[in-house]
Design a protein around this ligand. Structure first.
Ligand SMILES: NC(=O)c1ccc[n+]([C@@H]2O[C@H](COP(=O)([O-])OP(=O)(O)OC[C@H]3O[C@@H](n4cnc5c(N)ncnc54)[C@H](O)[C@@H]3O)[C@@H](O)[C@H]2O)c1
Length: 362
């Protein structure tokens, strides 16, 4: 039996991340997150699997309380202003008051959109994240970033809205398609890459167990990742400094996602490619040894992740997306680079020619 774990996130709006099997049914935990009405937002792949369980547990947590729900089509293509508008319309229809809580049941797409809806409704009501993908458990559900995409770029419209609680039910990972599990492992690797080189050793040693869905290995990977994310967002909740390190691989990754119209590589896969590109950029700038790039590439490949961009993406278009990326500033392209495994930092003013060379595979 795996014991539930918890990670505390401090700062102005402290909350707890609970990690363990069976949390979606945990009436006592859910009761602690509920003050008024509950409204669950999910997608049409997750809802048939878990919505009823959550609604029943919330009913036990608050007998007689009103529990509404709204379901959107699964996938990144749903993370739009139009769907956000539909979510707000459903919330308005349900008549949610200030003491209501929105429950985001699903992966990062649901978490980001539902979190943004909770941030905007009546200028902000409580949101509890119930992440069901590995990626959402280790990254998107923690830290309070919420957003939707525009055709011009990822996550361009959103708000900082820390959750009231995060309940990561590791049992939900059993139904997760293997491709999505691997996508989450990309974000797990990221923590090793940016701040915790010994975690990379651990991931190398436990790769088979993680890929096989071993509960104890997954719980350890999630708890360690969340502890890193918690420490970083506590220090820098609004991304004025260190928090940008969490975007290692994301400038390249977001450009790829936007360039392919949110339909090819998923987010974790694009980040895997992006991290290798960021390592290659660091290598090219003379900051880090080639051996570290090779090690990162090998670990991502072991997790079945892509490590080079899909063919047919135009370098000019990718650079245009990078210029619009939120990490870009008026002074030129800004990247998260590393000085080797576990030592990432922000670097501004990176010459476009160097980025082009990396994109060209030189
Ligand atoms: N807010 C943040 O800080 C942050 C951080 C990282 C990523 N993100 C965002 O997260 C999104 C990606 O999240 P994702 O990878 O979770 O994608 P996702 O939400 O699209 O989920 C992936 C797929 O898995 C399905 N699914 C989810 N849980 C399942 C389960 N337990 N069983 C079966 N199927 C399940 C979903 O229906 C979907 O089809 C991106 O939009 C990205 O920008 C946000």
């Amino acid at each position: 039996m795996i014991q539930p774990r918890s990670v505390a996130v401090g700062g102005a709006h402290p909350y707890t991340i609970s990690i363990g099997p069976g949390l979606l049914d945990d009436t006592a935990l859910l009761a602690g997150t509920l003050r008024g009405d509950a409204f669950v937002i999910s997608d049409d792949q997750v809802a048939p699997l878990y919505l009823q369980r959550v609604v029943e547990a919330l009913s036990r947590a608050r007998p007689g309380g009103r529990i509404g729900h709204w379901v959107l089509p699964a996938g990144e293509a749903s993370k739009t202003l139009a769907r956000f508008g539909e979510a707000i319309a459903a919330i308005a229809e349900a008549g949610l008051r200030r003491d209501a809580t929105v429950y985001a049941l699903g992966g990062g797409v649901v978490g980001d959109l539902a979190g943004f809806a909770a941030a905007a409704w009546m200028r902000g009501i409580d949101c509890v994240q119930l992440p069901t993908t590995l990626l959402a458990m280790v990254d998107s559900s923690v830290g309070g970033k919420t957003a939707v995409d525009l055709p011009q770029g990822k996550n361009l419209v959103g708000a900082f809205h820390p959750p009231r609680a995060v309940l990561a039910d590791t049992g939900a990972l059993r139904t997760l398609p293997p491709r999505e599990l691997r996508a989450g492992l990309a974000e797990v690797v990221k923590y090793g890459a940016i701040v915790d080189a010994p975690f990379l050793d651990w991931l190398e040693a436990n790769a088979d167990a993680l890929l096989a869905g071993d509960d104890a290995a997954l719980a350890e990977a999630i708890a360690r990742s969340c502890a890193h994310k918690a420490a970083i967002v506590e220090r820098d909740p609004y991304e004025h400094g260190d928090r940008a390190l969490l975007n290692f691989g994301h400038t390249f990754g977001h450009a790829i996602e936007t360039g392919q119209g949110y339909g090819g590589l998923n987010h974790g896969e694009a980040v895997a490619v992006g991290m290798v590109q960021a390592a290659r950029l660091s290598e090219r700038l003379g900051l880090a040894p080639a051996a570290d790039t090779a090690r990162l590439r090998a670990l991502l490949q072991r997790f079945g992740l892509p490590v080079s961009p899909p063919p047919g993406l135009d370098a000019d278009a990718l650079l245009a997306h990078m210029r619009l990326d939120k990490k870009a500033q008026s002074g030129g392209l800004r990247f998260i680079v590393w000085d080797g495994a576990g030592r990432a930092r922000v670097l501004a003013g990176v010459p476009e020619a160097t980025v082009r060379a990396v994109l060209a595979g030189d």
